[in-house]
Ligand binder design. Sequence first.
Ligand code: NDP
Ligand code: GDR
Length: 327
Amino acid sequence: MTRALITGITGQDGLYLAELLVSKGYEVFGLIRGQNNPKYQLVRDTIPEVTLLTGDLTDVSSLVRVLSLSQPDEVYNLGAISFVAYSWENASLTSDVTGKGVLNMLEATRLYAGDDIGKVRFYQASSSEMYGKVQQVPQREDTLLWPRSPYGVAKVFGHYMTINYRESYGMHASSGILFNHESPRRGPEFVTRKVTQAVARISLGLQDSLALGNLESERDWGFAGDYVEAMWRMLQQPEADDYVVATGQTHSIRDLLDAAFAAADIEDWSRFVTQDPRFMRPAEVDLLIGDATKARTVLGWKPTVAFPELIGMMVENDLREQAALAR
Ligand code: NDP
Ligand code: GDR
């Protein structure tokens, strides 16, 4: 039985990836942090097959211990402080977790592999946020990185560390440069879920306004369930490499509002939406659109959920969830 260790198991991608690996017959271990993590039960209820082990990306000794206990063939490093806006307010912590945490995980994995570096494969959750200031459209694996947030800078560190472990030690370490991906499991701090939850509440008469920041930025949004499949495919390749994972379509926050309000049959969202400087960022990533040709040709990967269906799925879920909460 193939064994996998997932950091970030309590997050959106961790849950989808664990489900995928369990469905493929893997024995799955998840790293969970904190002495009484409120998401422990969520993981237990969603995927009872997963074994949860306590540790933190900032604590190398805990990672060494978890690797020794789980004896994985594949390590998926999804754990991170992942909210870009938060990273300005907690830049040092973000660097420690999202940046140095990758080095900690790589080094613990190297120690675990010992003389047999080929016994384990490593996936790093890199991000389109690394592209930052627009240099090239669409963005590809070789596009210049110009991060625009402490989060983006930390991800660049993790990205190059992963490449460095591949080149220095021959580790099978791959980096997925994933563009934004969403789902009904997306955290409510991210703009898609913030909008779909608000639309559901407005539709149910529970809320009458929605405050947002920049409405002009454009993102390449895909479905998280599709993107974890690409992670797995990367680790099944004979050689480790870096891959852009994206839909190749971009949409503005205004398009997102159009799609979400339309999914609840509400016309003219401008009655409800206000702009609040609190949600503007010190520096913005204006335009993300990915060229996933390499993932398509080498991995045989392609997205299966288009933007309107994705947002429709999220609104539908939130209508159900918010109605149940209101009862
Ligand atoms: P989430 O924010 O949903 O999940 C982040 C996970 O990291 C949580 O399980 C969280 O645990 C864990 N974590 C946070 N701090 C630590 C720590 N100190 N030690 C161990 N674990 C920690 O993110 P997603 O699932 O959306 O994303 C997964 C990864 O992919 C992240 O690295 C993210 O940066 C990256 N990424 C995401 C994209 C997206 O669009 N979703 C796009 C590109 C990259 P807890 O629940 O305890 O807080
Ligand atoms: P992002 O996602 O920063 O791209 O990072 P987020 O959904 O937070 O923002 C997307 C865009 O929406 C604009 N925006 C707002 N964003 C939020 N969160 N709240 C608002 O009220 C709001 N109003 C406008 C933002 O300015 C931005 O332009 C996500 C995360 O999952 C990262 O971890 C990941 O690496 C990248 O995607 C790819």
